[in-house]
Design a protein around this ligand. Sequence first.
Ligand code: SF4
Length: 149
Amino acid sequence: MILISSCLLGELVRYNGEGYNIELLNKYSYLNKFYSVCPEILGGLAVPRTPAEIIDGKVLTIQGEDVTSYFIKGAEDVLKIVKENNIKYAILKANSPSCGNRLIYDGTFSNNKIDGQGVTTKLLVNQGVIVYSEKELTEELLLDLLSKV
Ligand code: SF4
């Protein structure tokens, strides 16, 4: 299985109640090799929810509420799924404070991005999972990953 951010599979789990329509993922979903997870939902957050970003190692909502513990619980639950299913590859949503793999929003809620990883991605990468974002995904890469799982 390949771990995939639920929102990339069109599930309505984003903070604003929306999902994304990613043609390439839709095309190969019939193979049933995608394991959909939303760390923030697993962590106990609701849809819709207040946007949050990472600031100085904590996850704070735009109103300043510290929601770090939800993000950590979500990451730990995802790691459990990864271990139980022997998952080695993940395609996670770029820039998210949970799922971002190279860049994350900078904590100013102004759409600026900085180098960094979301809470779940960081934990998975530390455990050896190879994480791509949908922005890095080509059909060639996806077919290669699908051939390995
Ligand atoms: Fe998508 Fe990840 Fe945010 Fe869930 S936590 S909505 S899967 S980016």
